[in-house]
Write a protein that binds this ligand. Structure first.
Ligand code: ZN
Ligand code: ZN
Length: 185
């Protein structure tokens, strides 16, 4: 018989996170001054995560920002509470735990009142706008919300597709909050 069989059953314990948590959930060591990875671990191996890339150009979008035209690391905050209120108070600011470095970053959702205008001159440019607007969402996800068939969206995003379903186009434009304007010259 193993001695472990005498241990009491494991009760579910409420998860604690940095800064309430002061020791690594994996190995029990104290956190380094840089803080805790995923608010719980002392190192990437303890968190079961690969080491983040060495260069911003190799890092995923969620960990980098554009500074003076070049990719740069986003500031790593130890946790949300470290972010000054004057930054957090801005309604266009959101915070998230980065899947690459395991620390907290600030994201800026684009302010909707700032209208961005882009002239679309061709089928190809329209397709580009649609692909860009969809972002990371899948065809299926967007189609479900816009109440159209995914294939219709796929056709719209494909400049070589001969089929353009205008009802589907306006449904996704409304969803993306993109307006089409006619310019007379
Ligand atoms: Zn650890
Ligand atoms: Zn990151």
């Amino acid at each position: 018989m193993y001695w472990t069989s005498f241990l009491p059953p494991r009760w579910p314990v409420a998860e604690t996170y940095y800064p309430q948590r002061q020791r690594c959930k994996g190995c029990g060591k104290a956190f380094p001054p840089s803080g805790a990875i995923r608010l719980q671990f002392c190192s990437y191996p303890c968190a079961g995560m690969p080491y983040p890339p060495q260069k911003p150009t190799e890092a995923p979008r969620e960990c980098v920002t554009t500074k003076e035209g070049a990719l740069a690391w986003k500031r790593r905050w130890k946790w949300e509470g470290e972010i000054p209120e004057k930054i957090k108070g801005d309604p266009s600011v959101s915070t998230y735990l980065c899947g690459s470095c395991g620390f907290t970053h600030i994201g800026h959702s684009r302010k909707l009142e700032v209208e961005e205008t882009r002239v679309v001159r061709s089928r190809k440019e329209l397709a580009e706008v649609l692909v860009k607007s969809r972002g990371r969402a899948s065809l299926k996800e967007v189609a479900a919300v816009a109440k159209i068939r995914p294939i219709r969206l796929k056709e719209l995003e494909d400049p070589s597709s001969e089929k353009v379903d205008l009802d589907a186009l306006f449904a996704v434009l409304a969803l993306y909050k993109v307006k089409l304007a006619v310019v007379f010259r």
